[in-house]
Design a protein around this ligand. Sequence first.
Ligand code: NAD
Ligand code: MN
Length: 333
Amino acid sequence: SRVYRICLIEGDGIGHEVVPAARHVLEATGLKCEFVEAEAGWETFERRGTSVPEETVEIVKSADATLFGAATSPTKKVEGFFGAIRYLRRRLDLFANVRPAKHHPVKGSTPGTDLVVVRENTEGLYVEQERRYAKGKVAIADRVITYDASYRIVEYALKLARTRRKQLALVHKANVLPLSDGLFLEAAYDAAKHYPDIQVSEVIVDACAMRLVRNPQSFDVLVMENLFGDILSDLTAGLVGGLGIAPSGNIGEQAAIFEPVHGSAPDIAGKGVANPTAAILSAAIMLDYLGEHETARRIEKAVDITLEQGPLTPDLGGKAGTLEFAKAVAAAL
Ligand code: NAD
Ligand code: MN
């Protein structure tokens, strides 16, 4: 069978703990993987003056897929620093941010939830164009919506819906923003013409937030622009057990980076107690991307068995360490 070349970027903080844990599970699947380590993030910036060295970009490009831990961003502005994952998303045109939320047997998870938020990852407010006027008393931020990026992300979501329950919700605010979100919808319906088997509906973003809380089971795939996706995917992570659990993927034509939704968690870093579930589930959706669906499902099942039977990490009320949890998942495979 194929040998997959997997780039591992631990990053900062608990990235150093959860990425090796996910690697342990990947190795236990029996898939043939060649792991290549690369560096990025705050520690890299301190050491080398850049948060993403050029060789990291090259390794990510040459790998079949990349698993990323987390990167720290300082809260104060630091000259020359840029956020590693945002840079990689833009540099490699990783236009689709895919954030599944599926019920897991942990406290606070809503049974029956099985949805995916597909977030446009390249434009919207994330073009980061802000200005101040009127002696600093007025601020304007550009929110860019293009036909092409909207078409591309909706087409991605339609293809994903085709592999699932064939329902796609277009999330928007075109009632207030008919020119910009109206353009998103226009592109969406042009794309949807080619997918007559997918049931497409429209949901206004604020109403969507409420429906997600009250009736998440009514959603399959949701697609939306960048900021809506950023906010609603944290909400959907909260629906199924929170940050320790939520995986994500950043997918483009030439590369893909999978990462837990959580950050570097400096408050618990270095103690070996971080929950590696989000990283392990990110590895599972990475295998989906590589076409290894059966192994991906095996990992998800092993994670649920472990979440049900323990041992659990402290964030879920247990006493297990990061690697101990990962070893239990590997054993459950
Ligand atoms: P965070 O996700 O790092 O932590 C929030 C809280 O959740 C903390 O109490 C933490 O201990 C807990 N937590 C997070 N992941 C956990 C896990 N796997 N197991 C157990 N507990 C976990 O968010 P934050 O505190 O807002 O940010 C910390 C740093 O991470 C900042 O520098 C921020 O910029 C960065 N960050 C990076 C990413 C990314 O790399 N994609 C995402 C979010 C935040
Ligand atoms: Mn976010």
